[in-house]
Design a protein around this ligand. Structure first.
Ligand code: NAD
Length: 363
């Protein structure tokens, strides 16, 4: 798929017009400097290697609470001592003009604080999913970046991935007729019981916050509208390991047009990684769907296949965010997209607690 068609598919007509303009407006010949905050698995294994593949980005700094990691990263990526910050000295980034973007790759509960601090330092923010622990935190983060007149992008890498983008086009252009119902699920068997993902304060929730959000996102972008009512229930097989966070959740969503969705997320087993869209004249889906590679699409009509080369999701999204900054165009998915997910997630948790159908609070 051509890049322009692909972007149009992803972001819808009006924004596509702006981004399409960004494609034709030559990006100034300058690389955008990225500071990675939190040097855990995603930064080390995906983001930093992907930065090296980008056209418009460079690693400008790292922020870590572990001095030994700082030394390793300096050696590996040729950074100076000044380019390594810790969480206390982080605010000094205000004096470093080489840092344009602060990329927040910390446990979920820390996204809010570091977004506010980055915006205060006059930097654009690229925040990993889930955007924050609560919808209110998302609202604060959006407001902070608006006040600072800086962009806030969310790391929903699937939205720029070609299979997902084409599936969105199928839905929007009614290639298989109106999408009526979506099934989606994502989960894995989580290991180490001591990790932050199982700590409610740091993670904000369990499987739903971590991976269920991908299934939720898929339903929202395939439906092309926001869920209005949700009913959910939780299953817990290990009450010790999952004492603080959810293990397995099933939820049903109703959309204002009458579309429905049926989703599952889990930390209890691996292998579920799919969506299926059932439309008036056919079906399409992906399995596997949300990983970094090896994605596979299928459809009920060979005339409309869902087959693409796999891409580096991280390099693509970082280049897109940098291009948006260079050309002064709005980036999608922006903060409001993270807020919409948190509003649905809050309705899911509320429904589990109340045992009733719950309305999703509008943006
Ligand atoms: P990780 O555990 O590997 O790394 C977290 C980092 O935060 C570590 O460097 C750790 O030292 C640091 N940290 C700072 N304070 C901490 C504290 N109080 N407790 C624990 N760690 C602390 O996690 P990760 O997999 O790199 O995930 C980081 C963020 O990225 C999360 O929000 C996660 O949801 C998101 N993520 C996104 C994707 C994606 O595909 N977009 C994939 C994985 C993770």
């Amino acid at each position: 798929m051509e890049r322009r068609t692909f972007i149009k598919t992803v972001v819808g007509a009006s924004l596509a017009a702006e981004i399409s303009h960004a494609q034709t407006t030559a990006a100034p010949d300058r690389k955008i400097g990225w500071a990675l905050v939190g040097l855990g698995s995603l930064s080390a294994n995906q983001l930093a290697p992907a930065l090296l593949k980008t056209k418009h980005c460079q690693l400008a700094a790292v922020v870590t609470g572990t001095p030994e990691k700082g030394v390793k990263w300096r050696e590996k990526y040729g950074l100076t001592e000044k380019q390594v910050y810790d969480y206390a000295s982080f605010d000094k980034i205000i004096d470093d003009p080489n840092i344009d973007v602060v990329c927040i790759v910390l446990p979920n509960s820390m996204h809010h604080e570091f977004t506010l601090r980055a915006a205060k330092a006059g930097k654009h923010v690229f925040c990993e999913k889930p955007m924050a622990n609560t919808a209110q935190e998302c609202r604060d983060m959006i407001a902070a970046c608006e006040t600072a007149k800086k962009q806030l992008g969310i790391g929903y890498r699937c939205q720029r991935e070609p299979h997902h983008a084409e599936a969105i086009r199928f839905a929007r252009e009614k290639v298989f007729g109106d999408v009526i119902h979506i099934d989606a699920g994502f989960g894995f068997k989580i290991g180490d019981p001591k990790q932050w993902r199982l700590n409610a304060k740091l993670a904000g929730g369990g499987a739903l916050m971590d991976v269920g959000v991908y299934a939720l996102q898929a339903c929202r972008y395939l439906a092309g509208e926001e869920p209005s009512e949700i009913t959910a229930f939780e299953t817990k097989t290990d009450k010790v390991k999952f004492a603080q966070v959810d293990e397995t959740i099933q939820w049903l969503m109703k959309f204002p047009s009458g579309k429905t969705a049926n989703c599952t997320t889990t930390y209890n087993f691996s292998g579920m990684n799919f969506f299926t869209a059932t439309a008036a004249k056919g079906r399409f889906g992906m399995d596997p769907t949300y990983g970094y590679g090896g994605l596979k699409g299928w459809t009920s009509d060979p005339a409309h296949p869902l087959v693409f080369e796999n891409t580096d999701h991280f390099a693509v999204q970082m280049d897109a965010f940098s291009e948006a900054i260079l050309t002064n165009q709005p980036f999608e998915p922006a903060g409001v997209e993270g807020l919409r997910d948190l509003l649905a997630i809050e309705a899911i948790y509320k429904s589990i607690a109340s045992g009733k159908d719950e309305r999703v609070v509008p943006v």
